[in-house]
Design a protein around this ligand. Structure first.
Ligand code: AMP
Ligand code: MN
Ligand code: MN
Length: 324
């Protein structure tokens, strides 16, 4: 699969690279790393992510190259979709991406639906950045400090700083090599974890206060409403990582974070849209639950979107504890 992907990349002239909406460090890091590498090969590249770039990732090199709209006038011969279990995960750019003749699917989600012309899906990889690293090495593209910092950030964040169950030997080996290529680990950590706005800390307070535990103690649930976001002057990027507080509670096996989305509530039905994030301690496959709700992810980290009422959703989630 790797060889086919490389052949397609070598033949390509104008490449669209895209990653999932509400990007995390892996979505941004793998997008930038492969983008910079293809730029070095003199390919014409266009980097796309639907969402605004979270403040903590704005220090990354070439971050200003990421665009949030795909102009209809552009014609691409190749699309590279990164860190997405299905192509719809890139959001409003997906109809344009679907029309591109060659679609390369580079990902590590267990729920990946094998979309595209060619797939490089490795569910054992700690991150998409790990797969991008291997691709760049195989193509014998030199790893400069910009590529290295992007790969390092993708691995660091997707492994929760080498703590999550996806942390593997290559996570350490690649990061060590990236430090040799010019990454300053302290600087990256300071940007990503070291400085939070006061609003973000206040949101943490409200989030902790919202935690509810199932009767058997095995499931924890945290809720973030639009009102909390408004009250603290934060936005969705400030929610990143909050679920880990619910997950680390003693005896908890599955943690759920309910996030009310920004959309106006449906006037006629009174329903609202929510994003639900799920995490497990590794003994329970949350990707199966997420898939049942039309989402996806990994066995210990998954998510889905749902239109319902907050009360109904909470009841549905708490009920999941009966199966744990
Ligand atoms: P999150 O809950 O957003 O932190 O995401 C946890 C994991 O599940 C990530 O690997 C996401 O890519 C994946 N995921 C989240 N939401 C969805 C969705 N609606 N469809 C497919 N995968 C998702
Ligand atoms: Mn991701
Ligand atoms: Mn990832």
């Amino acid at each position: 699969m790797m060889d086919q992907i490389i052949q397609h990349l070598k033949k390509s002239k104008h490449v669209l690279l895209a990653s999932h909406t509400n990007p995390d460090g892996d979505a941004i890091g793998s997008l930038l790393a492969l983008g910079i590498a293809l730029d070095w090969l003199d390919k014409k590249i266009f980097l796309f992510n639907e969402s605004p770039i979270p403040a903590v990732y704005r220090f990354l090199p070439f971050i200003e190259r990421i665009e949030h709209e795909i102009p209809a006038t552009l014609e691409f011969d190749t699309a590279v979709i990164l860190d997405c279990g299905n192509i719809q995960r890139i959001g409003k750019g997906s109809p344009a991406a679907c029309r591109i003749p060659v679609i390369l699917n580079i990902d590590h989600h267990i729920t990946n639906n094998n979309f595209g012309t060619c797939q490089l899906v490795d569910t054992k990889a700690c991150s998409t950045a790990e797969i991008v690293y291997r691709t760049i090495k195989k193509m014998e593209i030199p790893i400069n400090s910009a590529i290295a910092t992007s790969i390092y950030t993708g691995i660091l964040t997707d492994t929760g700083s080498f703590r999550f169950s996806n942390t593997n030997k290559s996570a350490f080996a690649i990061c060590e090599e990236m430090i040799g290529c010019g990454v300053n680990p302290y600087e990256v950590a300071q940007h990503v974890y070291g400085t939070y706005s006061l609003g973000r800390i206040r949101l943490l307070n409200l989030a902790l206060d919202s935690i509810e535990i199932s009767t058997n103690g095995k499931l924890s649930m945290m809720t973030i409403t639009q009102e909390m976001i408004y009250e603290t002057g934060t936005n969705s990027e400030d929610i990143d990582g909050l679920i880990n507080y619910a997950k680390r509670i003693e005896d908890v096996k599955v943690a759920a974070l309910i996030q009310e989305q920004k959309t106006d509530s449906n006037q006629s039905t009174g329903l609202k849209t929510f994003h639900v994030s799920l995490r497990s301690d590794g003994t329970f496959d949350v990707s199966a639950i997420a898939s049942a709700f039309g989402g996806g992810g990994h066995s210990s980290a998954a998510g889905f979107n749902i239109e319902t009422t907050l009360e109904a959703l909470k009841t549905q989630i708490i009920r999941l504890s009966e199966k744990i």
